[in-house]
Design a protein around this ligand. Structure first.
Ligand SMILES: [Zn+2]
Length: 264
């Protein structure tokens, strides 16, 4: 599935792989002034390619190496010969993509190996100039793309939701909080998130997310000092684990979020 929404000069490409007629965990890429930001997952790469043939695309960038953001790289590179740049930390991972857990292969598909260029500090199009802002935490290589004159922040997976309830097992919440505080200083007006879509009043949304995470961390620390184990703290603050943890074998869970917050 690929759904297209126009937000002025920015086009959102909302994609999900469909299995037995059900759209699985969707993700968005964005197109602006000939620049494609992220390429979706391998499972939706053919639809992405078909759409790309309808628009002028001069360059492609990735926010980070995850398969739902860089998974279309291979097909776009082979079919259209597009130049692709990714954060320096993502380049070696994309060149030798690790084999994914079963649920990730099912939901998104396994990316092949792709050689891409390392991103510089800025990305220029005819009309805009984007700063690549390192924002580690969700993954170590993660960057956001900020256009200062427009106040746009293409935030990859930094934001996702103001009140997240699940976390991947490998995320660093201390780094995420630092990255959120850093982008807050840029006072962005509009957020283009890979999962939440376009978020107006970006600064307020980021501020709310930081406050929520800080409050949750504080509550978790209080319960930890009372001697409760992390699973019990998670159950009390976020409720019992559900399908998400079961399907992903615990790779994506509420307990991961609490465990990561306790390290902050
Ligand atoms: Zn990600």
């Amino acid at each position: 599935m690929l759904r297209v929404t126009e937000h002025g000069p920015v086009t959102r490409l909302h994609m999900a792989r469909t299995v037995f007629g059900r759209a699985l965990y969707p993700v968005s890429a964005y197109w602006v002034d000939g620049l494609l930001i992220d390429t979706g997952c391998p499972g939706t790469a053919p639809q992405m390619l078909a759409w790309c043939r309808t628009r002028p695309i001069r360059q492609v960038v990735n926010t980070h190496h995850h398969e739902d953001h860089a998974g279309g790289n291979g097909l776009l590179q082979r079919a259209l010969g597009l130049p692709i740049a990714a954060p320096p930390g993502a380049v070696p991972i994309l060149a030798h993509f690790p084999r994914l857990q079963f649920y990730r292969r099912l939901v998104w598909g396994q990316p092949g190996n792709v050689t891409v260029e390392p991103l510089g500090n800025t990305v220029e199009t005819d009309r805009y100039r984007f700063e690549a802002i390192p924002t580690p935490g969700h993954s170590p290589d993660h960057v956001c793309f900020f256009e200062p004159r427009q106040g746009w922040l293409f935030s990859g997976d930094l934001f996702i939701h103001a009140r997240v309830r699940y976390l991947r097992a490998d995320e660093d919440m201390g780094a995420t909080l630092q990255s959120l505080r850093q982008v807050l200083k840029l006072a962005p007006r509009t957020l283009f998130c890979a999962h939440a879509g376009m978020v107006e009043d970006a600064t307020d949304a980021i501020r709310r997310k930081i406050a929520y995470l800080e409050e949750l961390a504080q509550k978790a620390h209080v319960l930890q000092r009372q001697g409760l184990p992390v699973e019990e703290i998670s159950r009390r603050l976020l409720g019992p684990e559900d399908q998400m943890a079961r399907i992903t074998g615990g790779h994506f869970s509420k307990t991961n979020l609490i465990r990561a917050l306790l390290l902050t």
